[in-house]
Design a protein around this ligand. Structure first.
Ligand code: NAG
Ligand code: NAG
Ligand code: NAG
Ligand code: NAG
Length: 381
């Protein structure tokens, strides 16, 4: 299991998707991503990854439950889950909380690269929380990475439902500890983490007032059939998650310059069986997070989610690119790429990026204003 930095990950996802970009996604979208755009960011900010971490960051560990969903003895095993807080701008109890939901990497590099929280914490008087995803960085069950990845009995607890339940527990724990039960929480994530943020808002609306889901290819889980027309393509190959629930139906079509090579689901399943000892459940995500028409489900049952995308990002073809209701909003930029809006800002950022971010802030402010207007919000139950 690799845990590349956020930025490297964005690059990696980007390069993995170059093939997809020129074949399937471009075929679907007729858009060609430019590698130079993302290269530009790393060239412009080579210092990011080696910069010292802010002294305002404080690290904590939560005694996390291994399995939130059943009562077998092994479920009660605990592991230390890392989270990092920055109190610098926090207005205290009742003031907002911006919570970054970690994705498939150690939280260390996110702390250097993710800027949205720190760039806006002052304006919101917000507490910043960054939570590491289970099985990454220092948040590894069973004592060590080797043990955690031993076999299906130990890494079977590695899935998105467990991860967002972890985030729910930690956020409630922090709010209680800080007497901040009435503080509105906005969850923020990017890429896979963006899907987690959107799903978190759907599953735990009592904990998160709203979500910013950056570059979340949530629509790839649409209409997953058993006999997929073009086949499945895993985004993060050799990753356990794609062998369990994150089977994404990327199509490599036969109308590109590349030979069409439909993904063989049976072979994929057999590979997962022999590598990890698990059989994928490609339908579970749609069952758990919302049916075959996720847009309809969102419109009917969802609210307060920003889906931000850059259309130069091949993954944006799986993103929500239209406004679904007055609070399910798509904020896209024509020239943006993967995760760009939540990466630390710089004075040389183009105007369209500055505008995208300020639109996101404006929307979040609106949600918070509504939350604070609700008289019940500040009444202890
Ligand atoms: C974590 O939970 C385990 C099991 O309930 C307990 O034995 C341990 O003392 C707890 N550790 C901390 C630091 O609370
Ligand atoms: C995983 O490894 C443990 C310890 O070696 C073993 O007891 C258990 O049966 C294994 N589980 C599977 C599913 O192979
Ligand atoms: C390409 O795929 C389409 C749709 O599945 C199919 O109708 C067509 O026959 C295929 N063309 C070739 C050359 O295989
Ligand atoms: C959705 O609404 C937001 C906020 O009003 C706006 O900035 C954005 O451009 C809209 N998106 C689309 C795709 O129309």
């Amino acid at each position: 299991m690799k845990s590349p930095s956020f930025l490297l990950q964005c690059l990696q996802i980007f390069s993995i998707t170059i093939l997809l970009a020129v074949s399937s996604v471009a075929a679907i979208q007729r858009r060609t991503p430019r590698l130079s755009t993302i290269r530009g960011v790393t060239l412009k900010h080579p210092e990011i990854l080696s910069a010292p971490l802010s002294e305002d960051l404080q690290t904590f560990y939560y005694n996390q439950t291994l399995d939130h969903f059943n009562y077998k003895p092994q479920s009660y095993i605990k592991f230390k889950q890392r989270y990092v807080m920055n109190f610098k701008y926090w207005g205290g109890p009742n003031a907002p909380i911006l919570a970054y939901l970690g994705a498939e990497e150690s939280i260390d590099d996110d702390l250097r690269v993710v800027g949205f929280l720190n760039d806006n914490a002052r304006g919101f008087k917000a507490l910043q929380i960054y939570i590491e995803h289970r099985y990454y960085g220092q948040s590894i069950p069973f004592g060590s990475r080797e043990e955690a990845m031993r076999n299906a009995s130990t890494f079977g607890y590695f899935n998105s439902a467990q991860a967002i339940a972890d985030y729910a527990e930690i956020l409630l724990h922090i709010k209680k500890k800080l007497h901040a039960q009435q503080s509105p929480v906005i969850v923020i994530g990017a890429s896979y983490g963006g899907m987690l943020a959107a799903w978190f808002r759907l599953k735990y609306p009592h904990i998160a007032v709203g979500a910013l889901a950056s570059s979340a290819p949530i629509l790839y889980f649409l209409n997953i059939k058993l006999t997929p027309p073009g086949g499945y393509y895993s985004v993060v190959s050799n990753d356990f998650k794609t062998c369990s629930e994150m089977v994404m139906p990327f199509e490599i079509r036969n109308d590109t310059m590349f030979p069409s090579k439909p993904f063989d689901l049976k072979r994929f399943e057999d590979g997962c069986m022999s590598t990890y000892g698990v059989r994928p459940r490609p339908h579970w995500v749609t069952s758990y997070y919302g049916g075959n028409d996720i847009k309809l489900v969102l419109r009917r049952f969802g609210s307060n989610i920003i889906f931000s995308n850059g259309l130069k990002d091949p993954f944006s073809s799986g993103g929500v690119l239209e406004n679904l209701s007055e609070s399910l909003l798509a904020v896209s930029t024509k020239n943006g790429f993967h995760c760009l809006d939540i990466i630390i800002s710089s004075e040389s950022d183009p105007k369209w990026l500055v505008e995208q971010r300020s639109m996101e802030v404006k929307i979040i402010k609106r949600w918070l204003a509504k939350y604070y207007r609700d008289p019940k919000a500040l009444t202890k139950l």
